[in-house]
Design a protein around this ligand. Structure first.
Ligand SMILES: CNc1ncnc2c1ncn2[C@@H]1O[C@H](COP(=O)(O)O)[C@@H](O)[C@H]1O
Ligand SMILES: [Zn+2]
Length: 348
């Protein structure tokens, strides 16, 4: 790849809105975790899907189970969260919304509350250390765990929304899309929405979720993750597209994740094209930069080269992402200002 072009994607200020903490762990950090837990006999080749490799989505979820074995104490979470934040900053990400599923680990005495506190501590330490990035946190509901756990997570998240100085801004719905049904989770999601939490929901990541997506759209969510099968050409429907367009709900699009997880056959067939042509707000994201061996600069570059975007168009995409974030208005204005200052140095 042309190095000057590489530099452009690295230099442009970026916003990352869809990053799962444990999926974002880099190779270097993974090696450290493996060294800390030799008895688990885990090889780093089992925790990432490298260039040219593909896995079914089901196999991707097996990878998360392995990573969760490696990240199961307060100490691990602190290290992983700090490294992930530093790596995003090093890639030119100026604003990051990180998401993670609080876990309880009896072996290490970890509670869900402590899990969240530890991620918040990592965010705090990065700020103290002057890492050039603003970070917000979305607490994740894993759909596999059912409605009671979802409700418990929402209540916990409400507490943190009030006590975290604005760092906890919302709720994510994720997990294996082939397990469970969104309708069972509606009461928890509704409650989260009523209490002022923003909702970023994975929707139609696999083809069988049309009915669920209709239901979730009635909430409605503030942002949609993937949305691979929402449009009619992919087996979705005009009514889904109309609702999303009318409400102008931004889509978080993760090209490498979808291609490596085989829900999209190739980069040029990615639904980015469908929504971008309709001038719908699209935000490029990494999903799991560790598992899928990517970073946000690479996602911007791949999208630009696949769909023939000019540098000007790429810049607009990254600027628009600020407005799709859950940052408070004052921070959005600060970021817009920052983009304006950087622009003459990067776009010639
Ligand atoms: C590939 N597409 C995807 N679709 C749905 N959920 C995904 C995902 N990638 C990651 N996750 C969700 O994020 C968790 C790992 O990070 P945390 O332990 O929460 O930090 C996974 O267990 C899954 O629930
Ligand atoms: Zn995701």
């Amino acid at each position: 790849m042309d190095t000057e072009a590489d530099l452009f994607y690295r230099q442009i200020p970026k916003v990352e809105l869809h990053a799962h903490l444990n999926g974002s762990v880099s190779f270097a950090t993974m090696e450290k975790l493996i060294a800390r837990k030799p008895h688990l006999n885990i090889e780093s080749s089992g925790t990432a899907i490298r260039s040219g490799q593909r896995r079914t989505l089901a196999e991707c979820f097996e990878v998360f189970k392995v990573i969760h074995q490696l990240v199961d104490s307060e100490e691990d979470i602190l290290m992983v969260a700090k490294s992930v934040i530093e790596e995003f900053a090093a890639d030119g990400v100026k604003y990051l919304e990180l998401r993670s599923t609080p876990r309880e680990e009896p072996k290490t005495g970890l509670s869900k509350r402590r899990y969240i506190e530890t991620v918040l501590e990592a965010i705090h330490q990065c700020k103290q250390e002057g890492v050039d990035i603003d970070v917000r946190f979305l607490v994740a509901v894993d759909r596999r765990n059912g409605p009671e756990v979802a409700m418990e997570t929402v209540k916990l998240t409400e507490d943190f929304m009030l006590s975290s100085d604005g760092v906890v801004v919302g709720l994510d719905l994720s997990g294996d899309p082939t397990v469970g049904h969104g309708k069972d989770l509606l009461p928890a999601l509704q409650r989260a929405r009523n209490s002022g939490l923003k909702l970023a929901l994975h929707m139609s990541e696999v083809p069988s979720q049309k009915e669920e997506s209709e239901l979730l759209l009635d909430l409605p969510p503030d942002r949609i993750g993937h949305g691979t099968f929402l449009h009619p050409e992919a087996g979705g429907s005009d009514s889904l597209v109309d609702k999303i367009s009318k409400l102008n709900i931004p889509l978080e699009l993760c090209l490498t994740s979808n291609v490596k997880g085989q829900t999209v056959p190739s980069y040029d067939k990615h639904h980015f094209q469908y929504w971008y042509e309709r001038q719908h707000p699209c935000v490029l994201c990494t999903d799991d930069k560790g598992v899928f061996c990517t970073d946000l600069s690479q996602e911007y570059q791949l999208t630009a080269s696949t769909f023939g975007l000019s540098q000007e168009a790429v810049w607009s995409l990254s600027l628009q992402a600020i407005h799709c974030s859950f940052a408070p208005e004052a921070l959005k204005q600060k970021l817009v200002q920052r983009w304006a200052e950087l622009r003459p140095h990067i776009l010639h």
